[in-house]
Design a protein around this ligand. Structure first.
Ligand code: ZN
Length: 294
């Protein structure tokens, strides 16, 4: 007997990092991405409704689905919806819902992240893209230089300020995430706020004047006291929380003993590759790197 929503069961394998959820390849077969100026006017749409860290989906006997049809009458939108292209031949519109809204059944409000496997990877990827676009829409309404209202630059995701004549384009922040190897051991770390017992990879934001490899080396040194060599790029994942690009690396141990930066981490330690702790979900590049390079 089945009860409720079954897991999406697509966690077989991601042969390359490009296949991971949140990356465009997950949806490209059925999604045509368009900048907002080329908006289609039609009542029949798919909707990605973002409410804070969640998305509102329709619960059906075959799983969680994007709402479909005209604008749901129960939806209290904070701002006009944005058409971001077409999905399965129909316009796909993104909109943010008021935080007080409780959708009526069969609609449910579903927190989404790479650990959750209750929605299929296409829905998860579209939700991530919508969240990232709505974040940019909110951040870019005013010029960051002079404070005036901005206008869309037709055919792009950019915004133009007519007062100081500056153009603004989406801000996507690069991060390095890195697996450190020492023989058959892996260096894994955990933050206090994570699920008990779960460890993952060192990761951090790119700083001024750094290459991504230099960022990886610095983050490992700062967070764990370990020096590494042979840093090599292995793949990347778009990370819409709210707007990162995770660039994945593998590095070899060179020197040093673990010294945990307790401002950032709760723990860091070496694990044998056949005795690994609880790890991030298979939808994350952290897990993809561990599974492919341990
Ligand atoms: Zn301006």
């Amino acid at each position: 007997m089945t009860t409720g929503i079954e897991p999406a069961c697509q966690e077989v394998a991601y042969p390359e990092a490009v296949n991971l959820p949140f990356n465009f390849s997950s949806v490209k077969a059925e999604f045509e991405f368009r900048a907002p100026a080329s908006e289609l006017q039609t009542a029949e749409c798919y909707w990605v409704i973002i409410q804070g860290t969640a998305t509102i989906l329709e619960e059906t006997h075959t799983g969680l689905k994007l709402p479909h049809g005209s604008l749901p009458d129960w939806l209290v939108a904070k701002h006009p919806s944005i058409c971001i292209g077409s999905w399965r031949g129909k316009p796909l519109r993104v909109v943010s819902a008021d935080s007080n809204l409780t959708p009526p059944p069969p609609f449910v409000c579903k927190d989404f992240n790479a650990s959750d496997e209750s929605m299929d990877i296409q829905t998860l990827t579209l939700a991530g893209m919508a969240k990232q676009i709505l974040h940019w829409d909110r951040q870019s309404r005013h010029c960051s230089r002079c404070g005036a209202f901005t206008e869309t630059i037709p055919g792009t995701w950019g915004r133009h300020c007519n007062v100081c004549n500056v153009e603004h384009y989406p801000h996507i922040h690069p991060c390095a995430i890195v697996l450190v190897k020492r023989g058959d051991e892996l260096l894994l770390t955990r933050k206090a706020e994570w699920v008990a017992g779960r460890y993952s990879l060192v990761a951090g934001f790119l700083d001024f004047g750094e290459s991504l490899e230099e960022c990886a080396i610095r983050e490992i040194r700062e967070e764990t006291g370990i020096e590494v060599c042979n840093v090599r790029y292995v793949g990347s994942q778009n990370w819409p929380f709210p707007a990162q690009l995770m660039a994945g690396f593998v590095a070899d141990y060179e020197a040093g003993d673990i010294c945990v930066d307790l401002n950032e981490l709760e723990d860091a330690r070496w694990f044998r590759s056949d005795e690994l702790p609880l790890l991030p979900g298979k939808r994350s590049i952290a897990r993809w790197i561990i599974d492919n390079f341990k």
